[in-house]
Write a protein that binds this ligand. Structure first.
Ligand code: ASP
Length: 335
């Protein structure tokens, strides 16, 4: 090779290397929630400790994927499966009961860089609904599957199915009994006090600068008539695009009516609102104005994030450059 062309080739190789380094220079971030609601301060210390430990475990498990250069989708899936397997959260094992005493779970996942999405609703035997949502996205021509059809697809995909009794916890059963008693007495369900908390979600930014979001839930205690909440509805409880990823938790009907997750991302993309402001507008103004409540986790492609909520607490946490998991439960904690 001519000396000059060798020199040119060397400069080109060096600059290509720098571009590649830049492409891999994004510092990954993972943010999770374990549900918003009234979380009592007198929750016994052992339960609090166990929940905080599980949030940390989910963050570490998810972040290991990001550190290994894996896609944001892998971090979201890894973090959520840890929480689905833990009985403290209203997702997978420990899901809340329907009016009829069954567990009907919903989940969704979305890849921000491609806008691909997968969701499942009303599944009663899928051990980890988030894995089925991901399979719907990756191995079916559809976005959302429900009920028996979703479980047939799970079987075909080799996604673990379990007996319905696997999901049962005494705590959630007693929650249903209280709700049924209120129904019998004709008392209005105080959603704020009892209805929801424990849904799980994750948003992640990977080393390639790609975002993903996922949410998994048992829905709301005492739900009836095949009710489906916001979590599996793309744009309501779960959404991700190239600039913003959201997972919501709260009174789902209001998240559907405000198309909450999509609304937050559109405020960022179209109205150029700072991420925190956009999240605050939807979660702390639009939703309460209609009578709803809850929270969300929101992550931007620049690594900035917000965790707004208007309930007395939200199980939540994040992990970034230093690799140290930060977790919190109550409103006055700043993780
Ligand atoms: N948003 C969920 C639902 O309405 C419940 C929750 O977040 O706790 O199904």
């Amino acid at each position: 090779m001519h000396v000059r062309s060798r020199w040119v080739a060397m400069v080109l190789a060096l600059s290509a290397g720098m571009v590649m380094m830049q492409a891999h220079a994004v510092v990954p971030v993972l943010v999770i929630h374990g549900g918003a609601g009234v979380i009592k301060r007198d929750m016994d210390p052992a339960t609090q400790k166990a929940i905080r430990a599980k949030l940390r475990e989910a963050l570490e498990h998810g972040y290991a994927q990001l550190k290994a250069g894996k896609p944001a989708l892998d971090a979201v899936t890894a973090a959520i499966t840890v929480l689905e397997d833990d009985p403290h959260f209203n997702a997978g094992k420990g899901a809340v009961f329907t009016h009829e005493g069954t567990n009907e779970m919903d989940a969704a996942i979305m890849d921000g860089s491609t806008l691909r999405a997968g969701a499942v609703a009303d599944v009663g035997h899928v051990k980890n609904p988030i894995l089925l949502a991901r399979a719907v996205m990756e191995h079916s021509p559809h976005v959302m599957l429900a009920g028996q059809g979703a479980e047939t697809f799970a079987r075909e995909q080799g996604i673990p199915l379990v007996d319905a009794s696997y999901f049962r916890t005494e705590y959630r059963w007693q929650q249903l009994q209280k709700a049924l008693k209120r129904d019998r007495l004709g008392q209005h369900q105080d959603e704020e006090a009892e209805g929801h908390f424990g849904t799980v979600g994750a948003v992640a930014l990977d080393t390639h600068g790609h975002l993903a979001a996922g949410t998994s839930t048992g829905g709301m205690t005492d739900k009836r008539w095949g009710r489906i909440g916001d979590s599996p509805i793309i744009g309501a409880g779960t959404y991700a695009n190239a600039g913003c990823a959201v997972s919501g938790t709260g009174w789902g009907e209001f998240y559907i009516r405000t198309v909450a997750a999509h609304a937050i991302c559109m405020r960022v993309a179209v109205m150029h609102e700072p991420l925190k402001q956009a999240a605050d507008e939807v979660i702390n103004r639009e939703i309460p104005k209609l009578g709803g409540d809850g929270g969300a986790i929101v992550l931007g492609a620049d690594g900035s994030f917000a965790m707004p909520f208007n309930t007395s607490g939200m199980f939540r946490g994040w992990i970034g450059a230093d690799g140290v998991p930060h977790v919190a439960i109550f409103a006055d904690e700043h993780p």
